[in-house]
Design a protein around this ligand. Structure first.
Ligand code: ADP
Ligand code: MG
Length: 319
């Protein structure tokens, strides 16, 4: 029997092609770009596994994926958790699990949707804000960045109260975090597959580029092991099977900076050929194992798990 793996992605090119080709080399597996049209409230998803790299930008894909999970498809990454996740919850969570994070304060947003009358609607907002205690916890220099950000948008280094207020006043409706600036000696980005396969790669934030190293001596062995351990902890606790986890290293301590990236960049030009092939092999292997192992479900943790499973699809072609 053939098991199907479907890929959802945007205009990225190198990863999708290599991934689909790799899966299709495996006997008993058929992989392609998933096609999503009208979705009935009851349906049998033709896919055993769907790999999602785009639903953050295409809303109806996300809704379809949640329904597909209910119908018994294993969706990578979990669309329910992805919808609920934000960076600030991430910092709060992983520090409890022993991962080092910079001191961080989430701030009330500066502006609101028009339906909110600043004089009447915000009964629960502390005003004025206690900037002194906020700055006292984080200290300068600090980073002001969105609590649910991505793609380096609206990230500012602030070195004084005046700079902080200027950046905060420009932050609009974004929910921002003020975070201790880690004056790092080294920066590492890990590409993670299936929660426990971790590929640490040296990264240069200044050039916004991965650095290729021919051997392993670019990183201290103990630090390497801690990074692997912290990455596994992070992926396991968040439930992500495909992620990238960033660490800024200062005084030998890896501080987790950015680790909720459920559609990480896997393009050959950014992660470089050497790492690209490893990542593609891991993704193929992971997806194929999931497709072949029927005992793997992704809904066990949800209250509605006992209602999950396939149903006849009234809109299936030919019926
Ligand atoms: N606390 C911090 N200390 C030092 N540099 C930081 C810190 N937070 C972010 N940065 C820098 O800003 C970049 C973007 O921030 P990040 O949290 O990764 O947001 P994004 O999700 O937009 O990539 C990081 O790659 C890092 O270079
Ligand atoms: Mg980042």
């Amino acid at each position: 029997m053939t098991e199907r793996i479907g890929l959802l992605c945007g205009w990225e090119d190198s990863f999708p092609k290599a991934f689909i080709e790799g899966c299709n080399k495996v006997p008993g597996i058929e992989a392609d770009f998933a096609k999503i049209g009208g979705t009935a409230e009851r349906f049998t998803s033709p896919y055993r596994v769907l790999i999602d790299r785009i639903s953050q930008e295409v809303k109806h894909y996300r809704f379809h994926l949640k329904a597909a999970a209910l119908a018994g498809t294993y969706v990578v990454n979990d669309p329910f958790w992805w919808s609920a996740d934000d960076k600030f919850f991430g910092y709060s969570l992983v520090q409890r699990a022993g991962v080092a994070v910079p001191r961080t304060v989430m701030l009330p947003q500066k502006d609101y949707i028009p339906a909110i009358d600043k004089h009447r609607s915000l009964r629960n907002l502390e005003f004025p804000l206690n900037w002194e205690s906020i700055v006292d916890h984080v200290k300068f220099p600090a980073i002001l960045k969105p609590a649910d950000g991505g793609g380096w948008r609206d990230v500012t280094v602030v070195k004084s109260p005046a700079e902080l207020l200027r950046a905060y006043d420009a932050s609009g409706m974004n929910v921002m975090t003020l975070q201790e600036f880690i004056d790092f000696e080294e920066y590492v980005r890990c590409i993670c597959v299936g929660k426990d396969r971790i590929l640490p790669i040296q990264y240069s934030p200044a050039r916004r580029a991965y650095v290729v190293n021919d051997n392993d001596d670019w990183i201290d062995k103990g630090l390497y092991e801690r990074i692997i351990k912290d990455s596994v902890t992070t992926n396991t606790i968040l439930g992500y099977d495909m992620n990238s986890v960033e660490f800024a290293i200062k005084d030998g301590v890896p501080y987790a900076i950015d680790f909720t990236n459920p559609a990480p960049d896997m393009d050959i030009w950014s992660i470089q050929e050497k790492y690209f092939h490893i990542v593609v092999d891991w993704m193929v292997d992971f997806a194929v194992k999931l497709a072949k192992d029927k005992s793997k479900t992704m809904t066990d943790t949800y209250r509605w798990a006992k209602l999950a499973g396939p149903q006849p699809d009234p809109m299936a072609r030919g019926k």
